[in-house]
Design a protein around this ligand. Sequence first.
Ligand code: BDR
Ligand code: CA
Length: 309
Amino acid sequence: MKKIIIDVDTGIDDALAITFANQSKELEILGITTCFGNVSVEMATENTLAMLAAIGTEIPVIPGASQPLFHPMIKEYSTHFHGDNGLANKKLPESTQEPLNLHATQFMIEQVKKYPGEITLVCLGSLTNLAFLTMQEPEIVTKFKKIVIMGGAVNVPGNNQMHAEANIYADPEAASIVFKSDANITLVGLDVTTKVKLTLDEVNRWKELNTPLANILRDITTFYIESYNRSHGAFNYCYLHDPLAIAVTIDPELVDTKPMYIQVDLEGHYSYGRTVADLRIRSNKKPNVNVCTAVNVSKFTELFLKRIV
Ligand code: BDR
Ligand code: CA
């Protein structure tokens, strides 16, 4: 089993990712740390606990950053996409589990010290918790076996901004610190996550199961798909950004990757928060990130649908 920690800003696709990870026997989830992003960190924590209760499991939940490292929040919460509470405005049964009385970063440090070289960290929200760790303990960040980040847009447009993807734009300075570290990073960006879609027809099939969890997932995902229809003029589907990062953690063969030198633009007027790759043939820059460039869509979809409900 692969030991993982998931860092989330729960959100609808984070909720799908947590469920998917929990149903995957290859993974042992040591803890779920939270941060701001789709919603406030308090709401992300509450949503994570509520999802775990709906799944029927108890995994330690540890709250982290409530705002970017160096300046006030620039990105608004994504309530237009995920609902005011981040979970489609749906009231989930309350959890009886309490979050741990520890900071997310402290939890990550303790776990890495306990299992050096063994843990994969999967980041599904802003990179603030991880950047904070990197600044405090630059050695520890290299002791994760791997860091899988859902974030960035290397060869495609952004989503939150013209060029910037939401998780990076939430705290571009944090992302920059992480990319400059010596960590072993795999970037699961919009280049691949916008290739993996979940359709309303597939979600409607969950109706037949009629279990409390399947009903919750169906309701929140239907809302998410409606948000896509409203905002993208999409046609009854949503992207599975965060679940793809979990899938890549389970099976790295699902994607093609290319080592690249990536920097985050921290000064651009139009491209602040953009993940800029040095794509020159004769670049002399040392690659710092393994960027996912292609995904086996049918294999991913089969894996996800088989396990989610
Ligand atoms: C990412 O941003 C968040 O809104 C989603 O949960 C996902 O992690 C997609 O850009
Ligand atoms: Ca997320």
